[in-house]
Design a protein around this ligand. Structure first.
Ligand SMILES: [Zn+2]
Length: 243
């Protein structure tokens, strides 16, 4: 039988619906926000297939985005590399590993508890996890500081862009978006945004050194061209834009 007969002409790839569990995990991973523009309205969030194949519903191939950014992805205004990088960032910054999630599934609060055990049971209110949908980093982690986290995001994005540029110089050195996060975790003994804020400069220096080692980074340095903004400049800009 010729291959084409198996396929409807207008829909060569078959769309399958994403399971409720996968969907829930994706919204948790994204902290119920669009990872590109930050809009937190669940009503406008959609699930995008990263490799554009709607039949592959593995969690690695899916990302939650708002309708507006979804259109930008379709139009190419948000590049596939940006989407991939964002997915990696979500994966590597998500608060809970599946094991941790099992350990603390609920928060129990006793209301008006008295010493009679029946009363305690009667007055115990159990909240599901969705009581606190926002991602919470420990207060002393880099992720808890919006501007510092933003600067690390910025440096990592620079690194991805510069590594991508390497290919245009004919470098075939293999590249993975996850690698820098796994290396950071090995060096700092914590996931990128869970590293203690006292090590912020050390983390910046490490990512900068990785950007500097790229081909374009080396060229910039030899010409005295800046490869990335300083934290001070980044911070001033963020404050000016009222973030
Ligand atoms: Zn968006």
């Amino acid at each position: 039988m010729p291959k084409t007969e198996n396929q409807a002409p207008k829909r060569p790839k078959q769309r399958k619906s994403v399971s409720a569990l996968t969907s829930k995990k994706l919204y948790q991973e994204a902290d119920n926000r669009c990872p590109f523009c930050g809009v937190a309205d669940v009503a406008v969030l959609e699930i995008h297939h990263i490799d554009e194949d709607p039949s592959i519903n593995k969690i690695e191939n899916l990302i939650v985005v708002c309708g507006n950014c979804h259109s930008k992805i379709t139009r190419g205004e948000i590049s596939p590399a940006d989407v991939h990088a964002k997915k990696m960032e979500l994966f590597w910054t998500h608060r809970t590993s599946p094991r941790q999630a099992e350990k603390s599934p609920r928060q129990t609060v006793s209301v008006n508890a008295v010493s009679v055990s029946d009363s305690i049971i009667a007055n115990t209110v159990t909240f599901g996890r969705k009581r606190s949908p926002r991602m919470q980093y420990p207060v002393d982690a880099i992720g808890a500081d919006t501007i510092k986290k933003g600067y690390i995001d910025y440096l990592i994005k620079r690194y991805f862009d510069y590594r991508q540029a390497d290919a245009s110089y004919g470098s075939h050195r293999s590249f993975s978006h996850a690698e820098i996060h796994t290396t950071i975790q090995r060096r700092f003994k914590a996931k990128t945004f869970f590293i203690h804020v006292s090590r912020f400069e050390e983390l910046c220096d490490y990512i900068k050194s990785r950007v500097d080692q790229s081909i374009q980074g080396k060229r910039n340095r030899s010409r005295g061209v800046l490869t990335y903004d300083s934290f001070e400049k980044y911070e001033a800009e963020q404050l000016r834009h009222g973030r």
